[in-house]
Design a protein around this ligand. Sequence first.
Ligand code: TMP
Length: 209
Amino acid sequence: MAHKTDRPFFITFEGIDGCGKTTQLEKAYDYLTASGLTVYKLREPGSTGVAEKIREILLGKNTISDITELLLYEAARADLVDTEIKPLLENGHILLCDRFYDSTTAYQGYGRKLDIAMVKNLHRVAVGDLTPDLTFLFDLDLKTALTRRGQNPDRLESQPEAFFERVRQGFLAIARVESDRVKVIDASRSIEAIFEDVKEQLTQLLGLK
Ligand code: TMP
């Protein structure tokens, strides 16, 4: 029978496009549910009616200024936090989220070269004091990531390589500062080898052993 852990957990999956984070999130979901836990999957931007509409604007073929882009990601996040994440955590659930505010720091802060302190202030406007319990950063070189992406690049995926190099370095900078929360996983290996590392972190955090 499905059961809860003794406290809620908020776990996020991060990295550049093509790093394999969504595959790992699905595997983590299957593993935890097979362990008898009730787990919720969310994605950013998206997972609510309003946030999925914002996602369409952000990833569609629109001309969007850097500040507008930043505010739209934060707006989608505020809606998801208010309507889904906070209520689920208050009810003691485990949440797996495909991207969260580290993506905004990396893509809009480092990638678009917006002021990092300003970007981080906006995270607090959008989410209050909510911080993930654990963040996986799937680190991968750009060349390999490009080979793993789909055929039709969206608005973000169409950015030049230098942009993604800054985003990758941005993620690594976050992980250096917040090494307790952000675990860097070498994503150049096989899906199964990567998942062994993910599983180890999850079992430790959730006390599954
Ligand atoms: P996805 O492809 O992982 O679903 O993410 C959608 C795209 O949006 C991806 O290219 C990364 C980008 N993104 C940002 O630029 N800033 C953000 O805050 C988030 C959540 C995603």
